[in-house]
Design a protein around this ligand. Structure first.
Ligand SMILES: CC(=O)N[C@H]1[C@@H](OP(=O)(O)OP(=O)(O)OC[C@H]2O[C@@H](n3ccc(=O)[nH]c3=O)[C@H](O)[C@@H]2O)O[C@H](CO)[C@@H](O)[C@@H]1O
Ligand SMILES: C=C(OP(=O)(O)O)C(=O)O
Length: 470
């Protein structure tokens, strides 16, 4: 934690570099919303070496929204430089938050006394679902406001009812009008409440609402997933009392006014770990993935073990935030000896198999012998994208909008494809292309860059050949 009194190296309020200027000279080369970027992949290479995980999109966006609760300086270390983070930064800057990348992954934010919601950058906001998590913080200092409809991955209908019902308990009414949510606040303490769905963003929104209530809030049916845990640890370091982290029962006693200079490091991304595991298995490679929050993908690892995958886990150590256990995982070659599981693979809330991990089993099932049933009940239309892997030679049969059969082993073939409008399904195509011999083209990878930092360059350090072009 950094001291409450700013150090001499801390920028004075007002002396922050304008974020737009920072991006203009940004050596990492961010994609603007409207510029299309593509990948050229020379596949069929075995990967080798080791890779260190970045922090997750899903915790990062919640933390950015949470930074609005703090009138002091918030500094995030090891923060992911991804498109989704850039969109939320654009939204926060547009309403007056001073933001500065101090170095490639250190981000500082300080909110003004009065946010200029009338200037909110709608184009950036509409690209994310996470903009919904602004309601929890904004209800503490605005009696009425509106935000544009949320976007994010296109996976079929994604209800906002759980957010409406949860925030209703705090005296917040959210009305959907044409293209916007109108929010009216008559703040009250809910005491004990139960969520309508055990969702991640709704749990985070509820926690953000409870975080500035002096009265205790008891939330039942909370998600205990990784991005919720990361948010709770951050709020705890701001002084919010939270009991039950990692369980569905959260007891929160908030602080009506938070003003603290704070430094927090979000945890490494368990879903990025699944991306690299799937890439290693699909290309039958041996790689080591460093800093894996292995308890957040414990069930995924168990399923893989039962399919015959051999991996080695190092002894565990703490993440930089001091809370989460990490380990390095070496995935060993399987030499074509994986078998399909006889039982279906399906997602659940943590400690179940993570909904965003499930897609990564599609290419894995494609190289295992036998037929795997993948049942993606959680989204109305995500399984449909899995069938796109057929173009890369993986035998995927769409049974209905939620279920696919994958038959393996398959011989992967190169292809020229465009990304579907959904992060995890799009990244599956990249995995398939890494395994397919010859040159494949993956068009318009904005959706992958929403959630993963600098993937082409990082895959190339593992021996892949991925070129970015526009
Ligand atoms: C920014 C962020 O953190 N995004 C994640 C978050 O989105 P988020 O929390 O926004 O997910 P949604 O609220 O859209 O829920 C996903 C889907 O699951 C359904 N549902 C959810 C909970 C439940 O108990 N019952 C149920 O049916 C919802 O109706 C919806 O169709 O969680 C999703 C599910 O893990 C992840 O894919 C997203 O990456
Ligand atoms: C569904 C996802 O993201 P979002 O909730 O941001 O749309 C995802 O990260 O897979």
């Amino acid at each position: 934690m950094i001291p409450d009194v700013p150090k001499s190296s801390d920028p004075e309020p007002g002396s922050f570099i304008n974020h737009a200027d920072t991006l203009a000279s940004n050596p990492l080369g961010f994609q603007s919303i409207n510029r299309e970027v593509h990948l050229r992949i020379e596949g069929g290479r075995r990967l080798h070496g080791d890779i260190t995980l970045k922090a997750s999109k899903n915790a990062a966006v919640a933390l950015l929204c949470a930074s609005l609760l703090n009138y002091g300086l918030t500094r995030f270390l090891n923060f992911p430089r991804i498109e989704e983070v850039t969109r939320i930064i654009e939204v926060l800057e547009s309403i007056g938050v001073k933001i500065n990348w101090r170095d490639s992954n250190t981000l500082e934010l300080r909110r003004p006394k009065r946010l200029m919601l009338e200037n909110l950058n709608e184009e950036a906001a509409r690209r994310t679902r996470s903009v919904l998590m602004l309601i929890g913080p904004l209800m503490h200092d605005h009696a009425e406001f509106d935000i544009p409809y949320a976007g994010g991955c296109k996976l079929g209908e994604r209800t906002i009812k759980p957010h409406q019902y949860a925030l209703e308990e705090f005296g917040v009414s959210i009305t959907a009008t044409e293209k916007r949510y109108t929010v009216k606040v008559g703040k009250k303490a809910p005491g004990e409440m139960t969520l309508y769905e055990t969702g991640n963003t709704v749990t985070n929104n509820t926690i953000l609402a409870a975080a500035c209530m002096a009265e205790e809030t008891f939330i039942q049916a909370a998600s205990c997933d990784y991005m919720v845990q990361d948010l709770c640890y951050f709020l705890q370091s701001l002084g919010v009392e939270i009991e039950g982290i990692g369980t569905p029962l959260l007891r929160i006693r908030g602080l009506p006014k938070i003003k603290k200079n704070i430094e927090y490091t979000p945890t490494e991304d368990p879903i990025e770990a699944m991306f690299f595991i799937s890439a290693a298995v699909t290309t039958d490679s041996e790689i080591t993935i460093r800093q894996v929050p292995f308890r957040w993908i414990a069930l995924e690892l168990t399923k893989l073990k039962k399919m015959g995958l051999k991996y080695t886990l190092s002894s565990s150590y703490k993440a930089a935030n001091g809370y989460v256990d990490l380990a390095d995982i070496t995935i060993h070659r399987h030499w074509g000896k994986l078998s399909a599981l006889p039982d279906k693979l399906h997602p659940n809330v943590w400690p179940g198999l993570n909904p965003d991990s499930l897609p990564y089993f599609v290419p894995i099932a494609g190289v295992a012998t036998g037929r795997t049933l993948i049942h993606d009940w959680i989204y109305e239309q995500r399984a449909i994208y899995y069938a796109e892997l057929s173009e890369l030679g993986i035998k995927v049969e769409l049974l209905d909008q939620h279920r696919v059969h994958v038959r393996g082993p398959s011989e992967l073939i190169k292809a020229n494809m465009s990304c579907p409008p959904a992060l995890r399904p799009a990244s599956l195509l990249l995995i398939g292309m890494l395994a397919a011999s010859g040159v494949s083209i993956l068009r318009n990878v904005y959706v992958i860059n929403r959630g993963y930092e600098d993937l082409a360059a990082r895959l190339n350090t593992l021996g892949a050949s991925v070129e970015v072009f526009s």
